[in-house]
Design a protein around this ligand. Structure first.
Ligand code: SAM
Length: 327
């Protein structure tokens, strides 16, 4: 079992398969990162991912999420999915949806039942301006394909004030006839993503906006939920908020991250990384490193962010960009 200094048990690992992505969302993949930011990255091979994941499973991990970058652009993504399917864990994936049609069978064979698809707008033109790639129709088709094949589909929607907050009620409207589970994520600060507290549209602002159009009921929370879940009576799907900035949920955090270059992060916002891949390649036992990394986890927000998000100076944060961490 992996416990930290605050008695939190960690049993959920998020593995970044790559820091490359076929989309260019500026909040995740900033255009103005210094030259060379992504070069010389030594990636974990499929075999190394398998070995490291196996060690985490022995240490009590019960859930593994594959992410990135865009996990499905990795050439050996199918092999990795298949390798990890042998572990007694809930295997899930977060994707931008563009290549999902090529992976339906692979997901099914691996026992993946739940897929998170990121989509920040229901408007084709706006999607092009956010992602800088014209893939809206393909993403929508692939969401329909997942639903047709009975996957549990969560939609990740990053809400940025002045960009897409007005569409929140439309997303809730989408849950009427389709069993989609939309999660409105508060905009978070990472390297180069031009975050400012004024661009955060908070959990309470979201609920207020939704209540102007819909009556809704809170769903019960599970222990490690990051999402506060709701449903509109009569709707097939649900909606949720992920209030990292305005109401952080660090007290029940069970998450650990492995970047594509094999560094372990005990928190999305931590500026400490432990080189698991380097140790594995040197023939060292990675178990003590993993245990120590979990133990060192700070009480909240990586020890870097103020819980009062209005006070955060994003220029002072030491972290990678989201695409380079693995969301
Ligand atoms: N490429 C995949 C995708 O698009 O879902 C997986 C990686 S992406 C980094 C994972 C999630 O992080 C996406 O839902 C994305 O919207 C979210 N994300 C990225 N940057 C963010 C930010 N600054 N604030 C909040 N969420 C962010």
């Amino acid at each position: 079992m992996l416990k930290d200094n605050f008695n939190r048990v960690h049993d959920y690992l998020r593995i970044s398969l790559t820091d490359k992505c076929n989309l260019r969302c500026s909040y995740c993949n900033p255009v103005d990162l210094p030259r060379g930011y992504f070069t010389n990255t030594t990636k974990m091979s499929s075999e190394e991912i398998d070995i490291i994941a196996g060690v985490f499973v022995q240490l009590g991990v019960k859930k593994i999420r594959l992410t990135g970058g865009e996990p499905l652009v990795r050439k050996d993504a199918k092999e990795i999915i298949q390798r990890l399917s042998k572990y007694p864990v809930e295997l899930v994936i977060t994707t931008n949806g563009v290549f999902v049609h090529e992976f339906i069978e692979s997901f099914q064979q691996a026992g993946i039942h739940s897929v998170n698809v990121s989509l920040d707008t229901l408007k084709r033109k706006k999607n092009l301006s956010i992602t800088r790639r014209d893939e809206f129709d393909r993403i929508k088709q692939n969401i329909d394909l997942l639903l047709k094949n009975n996957f549990h589909v969560k939609i990740n929607t990053v809400i940025m004030k002045g960009v897409n907050e007005a569409e929140i009620p439309d997303f809730v409207g989408w849950t009427k006839d389709q069993p989609v589970h939309v999660r409105f994520i508060e905009f978070m600060p990472f390297a180069g993503n031009q975050w400012s507290n004024e661009k955060v549209f908070s959990h309470s602002a979201m609920l207020e906006l939704i209540s102007s159009k819909y009556g809704f009921i809170k769903l019960p929370s599970e222990k490690h939920d990051t999402a506060k879940k709701y449903f509109v009576p009569g709707h097939k799907g649900t909606f949720a908020t992920i209030s990292t900035m305005s109401q952080p949920f660090c007290g029940s955090c069970n998450r650990m991250r492995l970047t594509t270059d094999g560094k372990m992060k005990n928190c999305l916002f931590s500026n400490n990384e432990v080189d698991i891949l380097g140790a594995l390649r040197s023939g060292l036992d990675i178990v003590p490193l993993i245990r120590q990394c979990v133990w060192n986890k700070k009480e909240g927000l990586g020890g870097q962010l103020s819980p009062a998000y209005e006070k955060i100076d994003a220029t002072k944060l030491e972290n990678r960009s989201m695409i380079n961490i693995g969301g």
